[in-house]
Design a protein around this ligand. Structure first.
Ligand code: SER
Length: 897
């Protein structure tokens, strides 16, 4: 691009330069240097005075150039890039050894191509576009810190004050564009960014309308941190208009690049009341205090005749002349000549351009310049191997009413922001840690010491629209009362507590999301932020990767990971659980041994013990009774034989062991042992084909499908905890996968389920904001504060108190339940019932027999009271069986003598 432009320029030059009579100003005793400045510009004026002073000083010191005289040939570019380039060509046509300037970067880009070809070094302290430092322009040396450093300083300041978003106003020229790229890069390194670029027409073409338009645009944006990088006169217009639009006021942060400090230094009294930019921050190249500098400041009044104040660019102008003079002196001392030869490319051209000649010692001069090591008005002067100045540093100024400005600190490329001059730090190890960054207090626009927060809600007073999920299950987290429309829940309380901690008021309205019939889709809720339908989303929203790519989340306010929940399978349930301690063969053998012991004891005792004698039926009963009663050590019959006692002793020991083992085993079955579930975590769940329950609307469904490759056909959407319970109990799903906060509530209500395996994701819930929203950062700090002061826990305790299944809410889990013994009770009850029936039958049979005999023998004779059959039965039941037997026998003998 530049080469094309160069061609145009060269053609134009043919016209302009034609007729230029060649003036060889480098006569034997003169060394000529050129300068290209806009003489009416602030820096042009300051530089002109300073350069002339330097030329005088060089010429009055023969140690520098010996008997040669340094001559300064000036050219006025008059705010025009074109004139600047023509001025450069004119200089080169007069055999100059170096050019100071040009003033602006667009000229520098073009002239540096000529400088490369003609070996004429260009030294500029005002064309500070960082791209000019490139290796493409070896003959261009920037003798003041270039804008890369100024932009780094601004980025450090923005970072220091904690701002994340910046709006910039700059003129659309090479100087500013390159600087804005550098600022963007430096901000990005500090996780900040330029959110709005307001571009003004280049050079002096910006009108009040242009400026008003960009300022109105800025006032509508979120960021209240504005950087102004422009030519001095345009910059002043911008701040003036901003002042009249009441934008240099409370809430705004204005950072003007070094143009403003040059105005403050050079024209302190020119400011009208509308140009008192109270609270604006600006930078000024830092030049260490020294006797030389003080002397030059004292001399300045005479030099300038009070026309303009000295600013650092005057010092750089002086030093630049000195750099060239010393370098030329070196060339001369080393035997070099100030001579020029025809350039082979140009000499083939016709016209005046063929008269442009190459400086023979240009390369040596350039080397000498790059190797400069001297102390000047600006301090130590030397260049890095990449041509940049050593120790670039800036003063940081705060415009402060009548006093002009107050210096609040320094920035150096060595140690960043400090309140001590950088030269005091160069001997110490560099320390750019954030703890070491310091500035003094700032008086901000609006005459306040309270630091502006740097952004406003972009909606200009409209309350923030906060989307909330209209949940139908787990309403403890977020819910809306359909009648009162009141929004409440754990997440809402956390949000309200956090927003109260913000250092400003954030008016908001809740906008329910969902139809209220089923849980809404949370991913769609997040999408509403990106479409601008809502300004933020608050609720039980999981911070998951896919979402973080679209919105910014606050710090998590509750932990949440995914859990697998399955039913507990307990061995000890069921009517016949008491049989479980023993296997079938064990029960059979134990029963057989009870009978066998009875038989053995009967054989041993039968002949000697009356208790084992009697009718065969009775003996059989005794045998069985004896055998089984040993189970409880409740046998009543005495054993008389020695062998019998021995057998009994051994057997009782065996019974002791069997019963205690049974007791222990049965207790353990009923209280402790649960059958290990076949699903033991997410891994084993993935390996089955079982259906899995997931919450409707949750990210879990997509996560299981996309990340864990579980087919969608296995994923069953469930809504309420009741539906989950039913699905797990009925076996419709084998497991449920959901986030811990939901599952904690679920498990505390349904103790028959358990979580298996570890939480297999680690995440949390946060509030979602649009990307790069400063509110997200402030809310994160507020959430941390809530966590530190215990408020978060209190809100959690209020809403999410869960019951512990292992204690108060065991409900039939660990106790021995009636059902476990129902078999035994059924057996014993049935036996008792049957015994009663049998006994009753036997009594009725006996009664009928007795009653029949009594009717035959006793007929009422003389009207004695007659009794009913029920009375007679009760009377019969009331008498002892032996007595009845003997009475009936007696009556029978009376009737039949
Ligand atoms: N917490 C879930 C999600 O964020 C909703 O249940 O998707």
């Amino acid at each position: 691009m530049y080469l094309d432009f160069l061609k145009v320029v060269v053609l134009l030059s043919l016209l302009f330069v034609k007729g230029l009579s060649r003036q060889n100003s480098t006569s034997a005793g003169n060394v000529t240097i050129g300068s290209i400045f806009t003489k009416t510009s602030l820096n042009g004026q300051v530089a002109d005075i300073a350069m002339r002073a330097a030329v005088d000083d060089v010429n009055s010191d023969p140690r520098i150039l010996g008997d040669r005289t340094l001559v300064l040939s000036t050219s006025d570019s008059n705010f025009s890039g074109f004139r600047g380039i023509i001025g450069g060509l004119r200089h080169m046509a007069t055999d100059i050894v170096a050019i100071i300037g040009p003033q602006t970067s667009e000229m520098a880009h073009i002239l540096s191509h000529l400088a490369n070809e003609l070996h004429v070094p260009l030294l500029s302290f005002t064309a500070l576009d960082p791209t000019l430092a490139s290796l493409q322009y070896p003959y261009l040396i920037q003798t003041a810190p270039n804008d890369l450093y100024q932009m780094t300083a601004i980025a450090d300041m923005i970072n220091y004050f904690g701002y994340k978003e910046v709006a910039v106003i700059y003129t659309d020229d090479e100087q500013s564009r390159g600087s804005m790229v550098a600022l963007g890069d430096r901000l990005a390194e500090r996780l900040c960014r330029i959110t709005y670029k307001a571009v003004l027409p280049p050079e002096l073409n910006a009108t009040i309308e242009n400026i008003t338009e960009v300022l109105v645009q800025i006032s509508r944006r979120e960021s209240r941190v504005v950087v102004v990088h422009a030519f001095e006169s345009v910059g002043r217009m911008v701040l003036k208009m901003a002042n009249s639009l009441k934008m240099v006021q409370n809430g705004y942060v204005w950072i003007a690049t070094a143009w403003l400090s040059t105005v403050l230094d050079s024209r302190p009294s020119s400011a009208t009341p509308s140009e008192v930019f109270e609270g604006v921050l600006t930078l000024r190249p830092h030049t260490p205090d020294s006797a030389m500098k003080t002397a030059f400041f004292s001399r300045w009044k005479n030099l300038s005749h009070g026309s303009i104040g000295l600013n650092p660019y005057g010092l750089y102008a002086y030093d630049t002349v000195m750099i060239i003079a010393h370098a030329v002196g070196e060339v001369l001392r080393s035997g070099g000549n100030i001579s020029f030869t025809h350039n082979p490319i140009l000499s083939s051209m016709r016209g005046s351009l063929s008269t442009l000649r190459t400086f023979d010692a240009g390369e040596q001069l350039l080397d000498n310049i790059k190797n400069t090591s001297m102390t000047g008005l600006t301090g130590q002067i030397a260049f890095q191997p990449d041509k940049s100045m050593i120790h670039p540093a800036f003063d940081i100024l705060n415009v402060n009413g009548a006093a002009g400005y107050k210096q609040i600190g320094y920035w150096s490329n060595y140690s960043g922001l400090s309140i001590v001059p950088p030269e005091e730090l160069y001997d110490k190890p560099a320390n750019r840690s954030s703890a070491n960054q310091q500035l003094r207090s700032v008086m901000w626009p609006g005459n306040t010491k309270v630091q502006p927060r740097g952004w406003v809600f972009p909606n200009n007073g409209r309350p923030l629209r906060i989307g909330i999920p209209k949940r139908v299950s787990y309403e403890l987290f977020v819910s809306m009362d359909e009648d009162t429309k009141e929004i409440s829940g754990y997440c809402i309380d956390v949000f309200l507590a956090a927003i109260k901690l913000l250092p400003y008021t954030a008016h908001h309205v809740f906008i329910p999301f969902g139809d209220g019939l089923k849980d809404p889709n949370y991913t769609q809720l997040i999408d509403s932020i990106t479409t601008g339908a809502i300004d933020a989303a608050v609720g039980d929203i999981a911070i998951v990767t896919k979402r973080t790519k679209r919105v910014d989340f606050t710090q998590p306010y509750i932990e949440s990971g995914l859990l697998v929940v399955v039913p507990i399978r307990n061995q000890g349930s069921g009517a016949w659980a008491f049989l479980q301690p023993f296997t079938g063969p064990m029960w059979a053998v134990t029963g057989a041994f009870f009978v066998m012991v009875g038989i053995v004891i009967w054989i041993l005792e039968h002949r000697i013990n009356d208790e084992f004698r009697g009718p065969p039926r009775q003996q059989l009963i005794t045998l069985l009774w004896f055998g089984f009663s040993t189970m409880f050590f409740a046998h009543r019959e005495n054993t008389m034989s020695t062998l019998g006692r021995m057998i009994l002793l051994i057997w009782l020991f065996v019974v002791l062991i069997i019963t205690s083992s049974y007791t222990a085993s049965y207790t353990s079955i009923l209280t402790l042992q649960q059958i290990p579930p076949s699903i033991r975590g997410i891994e084993s769940l993935i390996n089955t084909d079982d259906p899995i329950g997931v919450q409707r609307g949750s990210f879990v469904r997509d996560y299981l499908n996309d990340e864990l490759h579980i087919p969608k056909s296995r994923l069953i959407s469930l809504e309420t905890p009741e539906e989950c319970e039913d699905a797990l109990t009925s076996g419709r799903v084998s497991a449920i996968v959901d986030e811990r906060p939901y599952m904690d509530l679920f498990l505390s209500n349904y103790c028959k389920f358990q979580a298996v395996g570890q939480e297999f994701t680690k995440s949390g819930w946060g509030f979602a904001f649009p990307r790069d929203s400063p509110l997200a950062i402030d809310m994160s700090s507020a959430i941390l504060q809530l966590s530190e002061n215990g408020e978060l826990k209190r809100i959690g305790d209020k809403w999410l108190k869960t019951q512990d299944c292992s204690r108060g809410n065991t409900e039939g889990q660990d106790e021995l339940q009636l059902i476990s013994f129902s078999g035994l009770f059924l057996m014993s009850g049935t036996a008792g019932f049957l015994a009663l029936i049998i006994y009753l039958c036997k009594v009725i049979v006996k009664y009928n027999r007795n009653n029949g005999q009594a009717t035959e023998s006793t007929t009422p004779r003389n009207g004695a009271a007659r009794t009913t059959p029920i009375q007679r039965f009760l009377s019969f039941f009331d008498h002892k069986e032996e007595d009845l037997d003997s009475r009936s026998k007696r009556k029978h003998s009376e009737v039949i003598p």
